[in-house]
Write a protein that binds this ligand. Structure first.
Ligand code: UD1
Ligand code: M6R
Length: 371
């Protein structure tokens, strides 16, 4: 049931304040006078000791689920102190990459039925790793075959393009980082800030959704383009990859997510006065580096669209003619949840304006059950 919406993708983008609330329901405890702020993931509580003892945490998934893991990686590394690596499921299998008994392997999948991810799960089970699932589908193959896990509880996702599952996956992985970080005194302040940030997230997502019309206007400008580059780094490298995936998947426009730190190692050669470039430059520890990236793109007359934190328009677009999209600020590690929303809206409007099928892009299936 699409309710008042024309497409499932549109509905699922707009219901993110509610889906995120459901994802967190009963799992975050903001203590009263004596209780500390903590996280409770029922599916993991008996396994946290084993996870904390593991030598490595390896995230395994495909497409958007892989991107969500990439978005959560920095906070997992920070709060767990355990090395975190990433694997695209098919690539792990192609290489028969090393998975050890001392590893915690986390399988991320909205459907819980993706063939590549399931095959990687069988492989990790054979190699003796602790296998944890993060899935949206109760009773799915991945939920059943993992040793333990967390349901993201985002509600059924119908559109082939994953939107609300992505943001809920990031939130679950941030909660996973908090749970593994446990009661380490050294990071208590940070953990409490992240928990406060999680509580504030649904209302900030509601706020960023107000950019709908602005993103539609931007889509009108980009309607006839052949290609769109998306630059991000740090917490928002994943946002660049995921934004580009959405644009190519539904709007059928070539788009590429680029790690801004790699700019001079190749991508800069593409920059001219015609190619549109979307730069994510919200406030975090990488902000000044992103400012200098913008200046360099500007010096090459790049056609820039810059996403920045509210109030920063003047400092990201000095003397320039770039288009600016201002978003609300969240705790740095949760900013990817905010920043993906305008890109989801852009992909949606581009698709409608270009006359393509929004909910079932050509050649794609919601659940990829063959290799
Ligand atoms: C569970 C109940 C929820 C109830 C809550 C009350 C289910 C599905 N969930 O939620 O309805 O409101 O207790 O305390 O009945 N699991 C995997 N692999 C996965 C995902 C989950 O093995 O990929 C396992 C978990 O380890 C856990 C079980 O499935 O044993 C349920 O997980 P989850 O729904 O996340 O647990 P709760 O949030 O505690
Ligand atoms: O169900 P899964 O999360 O395992 O699916 C993984 C990918 O097939 C999926 O995210 C795909 O990339 C989406 N269509 C992206 O929107």
């Amino acid at each position: 049931n699409k309710g008042k919406y024309e497409h499932y993708m549109q509905k699922e983008i707009h219901e993110q304040p509610e889906s995120l609330t459901t994802t967190m329901r009963g799992r975050l405890i903001r203590g009263g006078s004596c209780k500390a702020k903590t996280v409770l993931l029922g599916g993991l509580k008996d396994h946290l000791k084993t996870i904390r003892r593991s030598r490595r945490i390896v995230f395994i998934g495909c497409g958007t689920s892989y991107n969500a893991s990439l978005a959560a990686r920095p906070i997992l590394e920070e709060l767990s102190g355990i090395p975190v690596t990433m694997e695209i499921a098919s690539d792990l299998l192609d290489r028969q990459g090393p998975i050890y008994r001392e590893d915690t392997a986390v399988f991320v999948s909205q459907s819980g039925e993706t063939a590549d991810t399931l095959n990687a799960l069988e492989y990790a089970l054979e190699n003796g790793a602790l296998c944890v699932g993060i899935t949206n589908t109760v009773g799915s193959a991945i939920a059943r075959k993992t040793h333990c896990g967390v349901h993201i509880n985002a509600g059924a996702e119908i559109g082939v393009a994953s939107t609300k599952a992505y943001t809920s996956q990031i939130v679950v992985m941030a909660m996973l980082a908090l749970a593994i970080g446990g009661d380490l005194i050294s990071s208590q302040e940070r953990r409490e800030a992240v928990i406060d940030g999680l509580f504030d997230l649904p209302s900030k997502v509601k706020e960023v959704l107000k950019l709908d019309q602005e993103m539609k206007d931007l889509a009108k400008l980009l309607i006839a383009e052949q290609s769109l580059l998306v630059f991000g780094r740090g917490y928002n490298y994943a946002t660049a990859l995921e934004g580009a995936l959405k644009v190519k998947e539904v709007a059928l426009m070539h788009s590429e997510g680029i790690l801004a730190g790699e700019m001079k190692h190749g991508p800069l050669a593409l920059v001219d006065e015609t190619l549109p470039i979307f730069v994510i430059a919200t406030r975090d520890a990488c902000f000044s580096k992103q400012q200098s990236v913008i200046q360099q793109l500007h010096a090459r007359k790049g056609r820039l669209i810059v996403m920045c934190t509210k109030g920063d328009a003047a400092s990201v677009c000095v003397g320039g003619s770039c288009r600016v999209i201002e978003v609300p600020q969240a705790e740095d590690c949760l900013q990817p949840v905010i920043n993906i929303v305008p890109l989801q809206l852009l992909a949606y409007h581009l698709t409608v304006l270009r006359g393509h099928n929004v909910d079932q892009p050509r050649n794609l299936a919601k659940s990829v059950t063959t290799e």
